[in-house]
Design a protein around this ligand. Structure first.
Ligand code: ITT
Length: 185
């Protein structure tokens, strides 16, 4: 089995990535290194910069992932500021902002950046469409999962396995795994 290092401090991401990549013959090992996050509106730029920095510093081929929740009625907020916003106002805060808002459309986006030391980062992206619920539901997953409706269930009402069939992260990671196999890195 091929080993790949996933640089992140988010255990929810690690759990999902491990479960998915294992099935594709890749062993994902977490490395909790805090790489500097570029201030940008663009997830791809953030992932590119983070992966390059982490690969250089750790001297290993790594992946990093930048993800976010983009809410249509809020012009894409929290988007690239999802992590900060979640820590400050959480799901209750988002539901307050969305009180009486009819248009509930939202998208989760993920960009995975892969970088080997001395090389340029290659990125893979994924997105999933859903809606913001009116109240939090479910206990699995992490972050905004309890308020992200996919069909009639929130992501927090799905098992990791079910979420991995449709999520932004699993689309991006599958694209990465396909590329890795083809390029035999
Ligand atoms: P690392 O940078 O260490 O990987 P992080 O949590 O800061 O961890 P991001 O910068 O990518 O990760 O922040 C994305 C935030 O968006 C994350 O903290 C969650 O609050 C939210 N998020 C991303 N993907 C999610 C998912 O699948 N389910 C629920 N919330 C998610």
């Amino acid at each position: 089995m091929k080993t790949i290092y996933f640089v992140t401090n988010n255990m929810g991401k690690v759990r999902e990535a491990k479960a998915l990549l294992e099935k594709l013959g890749i062993d994902a090992q977490q490395l909790a290194y805090e790489y500097p996050e570029l201030q940008s509106d663009d997830l791809e730029e953030i992932a590119k910069y983070g992966a390059k920095h982490a690969a250089m510093h750790l001297k290993k081929p790594v992946i990093v992932e930048d993800a976010g929740l983009f809410i249509s009625a809020l012009n894409g907020f929290p988007g690239p500021y999802s992590s900060f916003t979640f820590k400050r106002i959480g799901n209750e805060g988002i539901l307050k902002l969305m009180r009486d808002v009819k248009d509930r459309k939202a998208q989760f986006r993920s960009v995975v950046g892969y970088c080997a030391p001395g090389k340029e980062t290659i990125t893979f992206s994924g997105a999933v469409e859903g809606e913001i619920s009116h109240e939090p539901r479910g206990r699995s997953g992490f972050g905004y999962d309890p308020i992200f409706l996919y069909g009639d269930r929130t992501f927090a009402q799905m098992s990791t396995e079910k979420k991995n069939e449709v999520s932004h992260r699993c689309i991006a990671l599958r694209r990465f795994a396909e590329w890795l196999q083809k390029n035999n890195e």
